[in-house]
Design a protein around this ligand. Structure first.
Ligand SMILES: N[C@@H](CCC(=O)N[C@@H](CS)C(=O)NCC(=O)O)C(=O)O
Length: 213
């Protein structure tokens, strides 16, 4: 019997959505357990001791330890969790260069896209501009510029191909769709990037697609 899968998440988080979307596209059953990060629910001693010592969601729990099964294992980091779910599926290309190219976009997502676009979305949509610290305010211009540069790079790349790694959808598309399609909530204008708008529509049209909460 396959291990039970549980996603420890805050449903508003794009990093968590990546994992829900991967499971949905693959038809994998996924239980969820919700936390409110605004209330510090991932920073409790219990969460740090059992779920993730890094104090963050998402965490994919593999197994539940019930019926004499192995103890549950916990996998933080959204892209690692997507990889775990998609192992052996068509969402990970077989060919060596294609697989490395997919990883290249997933690393790009974590280094050049998410820290700018997701952080701006978190600050503007959930914290609120009036409540930002001086330090956060000081970082806004740089994040706006770096986020726009990331969207521009993707837009140019997607001008000549259906998905980030070519004709076939891969985990790279799931990882980058999560915060790109809600970039407007972080003060970016997705409408300025026509190839990104079309690509978002192609992702939404995939069989099994589920929207973000
Ligand atoms: N690199 C991590 C980022 C995880 C992350 O930043 N999680 C945020 C929500 S999206 C969080 O848990 N914040 C709550 C906190 O730091 O207390 C991933 O891709 O999963």
């Amino acid at each position: 019997m396959a291990d039970a899968l549980t996603l420890h998440e805050d449903p508003r988080s794009g990093n968590c959505y990546k994992i829900r979307l991967t499971a949905a596209l693959l038809g994998l059953p996924l239980e969820t357990r919700a936390y409110d990060i605004m209330q510090g629910e991932t920073r409790t001693p219990q969460f740090l001791a059992r779920i993730n010592p890094h104090g963050r969601i998402p965490v994919l729990q593999i197994g539940d330890g019930e019926h004499g099964g192995d103890a549950p294992r916990f996998l933080p980091e959204s892209n690692a969790a997507c990889w775990y779910l998609a192992h052996g599926s068509a969402l990970i290309p077989d060919e060596r260069f294609a697989q490395a190219d997919m990883l290249r976009w997933m690393f790009f997502e974590q280094y050049s896209h998410e820290p700018n676009i997701a952080t701006m979305r978190f600050w503007l949509r959930f914290v609120g501009e009036a409540r930002l610290s001086e330090e956060q305010r000081a970082q806004m211009m740089a994040k706006r510029m770096a986020g726009a540069a990331a969207l521009d790079l993707m837009n140019r790349h997607l001008g000549t191909r259906a998905f980030l790694c070519g004709a076939m959808v891969s985990l790279a598309d799931i990882a980058l769709f999560a915060y790109t399609h809600v970039a407007d909530e972080g003060g970016f204008r997705l409408g300025d990037y026509p190839a990104l708008v079309d690509w978002c529509d192609r992702v939404r049209a995939l069989p099994g697609f589920v929207p973000m909460a």
